[in-house]
Design a protein around this ligand. Sequence first.
Ligand code: X2X
Length: 346
Amino acid sequence: MADFSRRSFLKTASLASAAAAAGSLGLYSSSSLGADVITLKYANNLPLTHPMNVQARKMAKAIKEETDGQVILQVFPSSQLGSDTDTLAQVRSGAVDLFSLSPVILGTLVPAVQISAIGFAFKDYDTVWKAMDGDLGAHVRAQIAKADDGKLFAFEKMWDNGYRVTTTSTRPVATPDALKDMKLRVPPSPILTSIFKAFDAAPTAINFAEVYSALQTRVVEGQENPLTLVDSAKLYEVQKYCSLTNHVWDGFWMLGNKTNFSKLSAEQQAIVTKHINAGILAQREDLAKLQGSIRDTLKGKGLEIVEAPPEPFRAKLASTSYYADWKKTFGDDAWAILEKYAGKLA
Ligand code: X2X
């Protein structure tokens, strides 16, 4: 008996401390909150400090409060539940309920979603949101909903990642010629692989969780990501140059497993949807506020900021079959929607 009571005490104590620790991070253990609580496991690949996870913790708090603790959003940042490709498999199977995934990687499952990641498509953020909160976003969400036997859906609003720039340890990338034969990490992404092949680089697909070490060990010379992620993932520690190529705007779809989400009541679904979309819009604002200072922040952390005017990069792409190939993949109707915002590309 003594042994049982000691063991059960230790188990209870460890659960309570885990719940307390999780609670302090905005992560809740449903076992400490009652039997009929619905727990939604939400995974993403961004650092804990990134605005996405700052807002994710706020939406988790708001959802818990408005559902009186009946719906708990458990936030798992930094690829804690696995790599992007692993976690995509988990949200498809329902092992994970929600997953923020860029269209550049989701394109491995639903090629059509990559249309928002066409090189030099959106000249500014006003154009980005007109497209993605408009008919181009609606088109992409419809493709997600009908793909893969309808396992997945995407919430209406898209998280911002930012305009992707190119960081390197060997040489700056002020013109496309500097990319020739460069060993550059890209996400497991058909469209980002294709743009750097069009630049005659040597792109290597690596999940984000392994990027820092791949740069540190010089497995690759560089990588490409938005400035705010170069900062929050501390890539400046293992890179020397930051070339402002701005070659692709990128975001994240908030993907949901349709079967799991349907287990919530209509009212609970509405509450979760409201707070997720609101949190995503707040994250966009957070990133926008950082744009004015992020270059100086990175310069202060040792990166050499290099201007990379877009014209030579666009001209290089236009001299290849890059645009025509992707127009064929996406189809004329989808391409026409894109060109409403991008102008004539091909
Ligand atoms: O993997 C990347 O580079 C990242 C974090 O930007 C994406 O998720 C596409």
